[in-house]
Design a protein around this ligand. Structure first.
Ligand code: HPA
Length: 280
């Protein structure tokens, strides 16, 4: 069966646009424990995913699941508080659906945030890391199936998946804020079990600095549509086997909570610069 994701995305976008007069060109996806940023926007309209036609619902703890459309010092912005993951049982197309809706809303840039395990031994728990590239180990790709030319080409290029321009802006703003910001390669796995220590040694060998269970399908779908991407991970824990302790989702949430002010400060500084770069 082929589903017409383009038409479904159009309908979902029309539903969203009927609730607000704001027409954001930039979006931010807030990962585990980072949803609070959306609460700092003004003139907000909140649209729970459950109300949006065809939209998948977030079930993970720490993800409340709504669009918050509002303004960041006057800049129209759509924030996604919570996302869906493959480990919840969603298909890659469902995971990518919100990106398709953002594309139909006219969004040109997306900032993706996530929680990740730190593989690179130079990282510390709580570090913020710019994703410069990814390795897709999810065994899935949201573009599998007939290509919808409305979205983009059959074989989209991924050499500049994570905008160099945007990364430069993020580094500049982090430096102004006095925030250390590393850069690394994100390995996307499906989860939901954390990795074994042997898997982490393997991921380090193949060039990964970070590991997480999200982001990849969204980036692929966004790039397919020509949307520019900035992605930032919070190293919520050192990956399995690095420290002599078990991993837990509580630790992920606790670290997210601890660094959320820094993360928010960085987003607040970076988002207007990305919007300005688009107009230049
Ligand atoms: N592994 C995979 N995903 C994660 C981790 C991890 O250690 N931490 C946060 N998300």
């Amino acid at each position: 069966m082929t589903q017409d994701f383009f038409t479904l995305a159009e309908s979902a976008a029309a539903f969203v646009q009927a609730q607000t007069s704001l027409r954001p060109r930039i979006a931010v996806v807030l990962g585990s424990g980072l949803g609070a940023f959306a609460d700092t926007l003004t003139n907000t309209t909140r649209i729970p995913y459950a109300q949006i036609p065809s939209f998948p619902r977030a079930t993970a703890i720490g993800h409340s699941g709504q669009f918050v459309i509002g303004q960041l010092n006057g800049l129209p912005l759509v924030a996604m508080q919570g996302r869906v993951h493959l480990y919840e049982g969603y298909s890659p197309q469902e995971v990518a659906f919100p990106m398709h809706v953002l594309g139909r809303l006219g969004v040109q840039s997306v900032v993706l945030t996530n929680a990740a395990g730190g593989i690179n031994l130079a990282y510390e728990q709580g570090a913020l890391v710019l994703i410069k590239d990814h390795i897709n180990l999810q065994g899935k790709n949201p573009l599998v199936g007939p290509n919808d030319d409305h979205f983009g080409p059959r074989f989209p290029d991924m050499t500049q998946a994570y905008s160099k321009l945007y990364r430069g802006i993020a580094r500049e703003e982090a430096a102004k804020l006095g925030l250390p910001l590393q850069e690394g390669v994100y390995a996307g796995v499906i989860g939901p079990s954390f990795e074994t220590p042997a898997e982490i040694r393997y991921l380090r060998t193949i060039g990964a600095d970070l590991v997480g269970m999200s982001t990849i399908s969204e980036v692929i779908a966004a790039r397919h549509m020509g949307i520019e991407v900035l992605a930032i991970s919070c190293v919520t824990n050192m990956a399995a086997g690095i420290l002599d302790q078990p991993l837990s989702h509580e630790e992920v949430l606790e670290t997210g909570e601890r660094v959320k002010q820094q993360f928010e400060a960085l987003l607040r500084a970076v988002l207007p610069r990305l919007a300005a770069a688009n107009q230049a």
